[in-house]
Design a protein around this ligand. Structure first.
Ligand code: SAH
Length: 345
């Protein structure tokens, strides 16, 4: 997926280069396609288990060209079945990827992937941006998260809601999602990208009608408060963000979801709900309300379920479809906002 110069691994190579690498070791070009298919479709992450390949080819690839560059550095599982992987890249940097099995057996899992090491947006309620941005992930490093996820089980959906701001590493993300669509079969309606919503970037991306659903993290109907809660958006009025959402819908025909983290006593009052409703009424959008998940570095309250429900009712009475999303994976620190670059100490 990149020139692979820094880290030679099978999935870091463009398909043509990967074929050449296989041929150079005595294999056939179609063996490269078998390797891609075994990993992407069947979750096999070990050449030794790819028995459709000649034994000599398996041995020489295993010795000289690792399949993926990342290694699983840690794993935590919570009682609800959510699995959080800490993946380490050759430069020692790590990201987290979360595998969330469906509550219905046999329905596959949702994978939550990261796009950056750290995050430059620095929302005060989120652990991912605590130390700012370290670096962007390469396209193949995003792809590898999907391969590790697929190795845990079938994937039915994915959400680009892990560490990082997807629009600030969009080129690499777009290349990775093209692979995910073509090789894993998660297409336009099965992947959701969540962003703080830079209007000009969204306008440019909407032109290309990319194969994913869009979610915009709003968090407040009021400019000043949004700028506090989403510091990288300082100076961009909420109206401009909503207009970018409207433009997205007009160009792609796909409805937007607005995400709203409910911070007890901060942005969860009835007044906030009413002002949010006024902003959204008449727009083609739904709202996901995410009760704050405690992060040790931040001092926000977690709203009670009654308070969350009241907020939702105000929106509903204004004709806006809203759902309260209680995050999964809390005991493994794998819930929204709890992902960071290193395992919690
Ligand atoms: N950078 C992207 C993806 C972030 S994760 C974005 O901002 O959209 C997905 C959602 O989880 C975002 O809406 C984010 O604001 C929210 N979130 C972050 N920290 C949280 C926390 N501690 N509790 C609940 N939701 C949180």
């Amino acid at each position: 997926m990149s020139d692979g110069a820094s880290v030679p691994s099978f999935f870091a190579l463009e398909p043509a280069a990967a074929e050449a690498a296989v041929v150079a070791r005595g294999g056939k070009a179609f063996h490269a396609r078998i390797i891609r298919r075994e990993a992407a479709e069947r979750g096999v992450l070990d050449y030794a288990r790819m028995t459709a390949l000649p034994a000599a080819l398996r041995a020489s690839l295993a010795a000289e060209l690792p399949l993926v560059s990342a290694r699983e550095a840690a794993r935590r599982e919570s009682r609800d079945g959510t699995i959080k992987l800490l993946l380490a890249f050759p430069d020692g940097r790590t990201v987290e990827t979360v595998y969330i099995p469906s509550r219905t057996a046999g329905k596959g899992a949702t994978l939550c992937v990261s796009t950056q090491v750290g995050c430059p947006v620095r929302c005060p309620f989120c652990a991912s941006g605590k130390d700012g941005l370290v670096r962007n992930l390469e396209a193949h490093e995003i792809v590898e998260q999907y391969l590790f996820g697929r190795a845990l089980g079938a994937l039915s959906r994915s959400v680009v809601m892990g560490i990082g701001e997807p629009l600030l590493n969009f080129e690499n993300l777009a290349r990775a999602l093209e692979f995910v669509r073509a090789e894993i079969g998660l297409g336009a309606r099965k992947t959701t990208v969540s962003t703080v919503g830079f209007p000009e970037r969204l306008a440019r991306i909407a032109e290309t009608n990319p194969p994913f659903q869009l979610a915009i993290s709003l968090h407040s109907p009021d400019d000043e408060q949004r700028w506090e809660l989403v510091p990288a958006m300082k100076g961009v009025p909420v109206d401009d963000v909503l207009a970018a959402g409207d433009d997205w819908f007009a160009k792609t025909g796909r409805e937007i979801t607005y995400e709203y983290v409910l911070l007890g006593g901060t942005n969860d009052s009835e007044g906030h709900a009413q002002r949010l409703a006024e902003r959204l009424v008449g727009r083609r959008a739904t709202v996901n309300l995410i009760p704050y998940n405690p992060v040790h570095l931040a001092q926000y309250g977690r709203p009670s379920s009654e308070r969350a429900e009241n907020f939702r009712m105000v929106l509903e009475e204004a004709g806006i479809v809203a759902t309260v999303r209680w995050s999964r994976g809390m005991e493994a620190d794998a819930a929204c906002g709890q992902l960071r670059m290193r395992p919690a100490r």
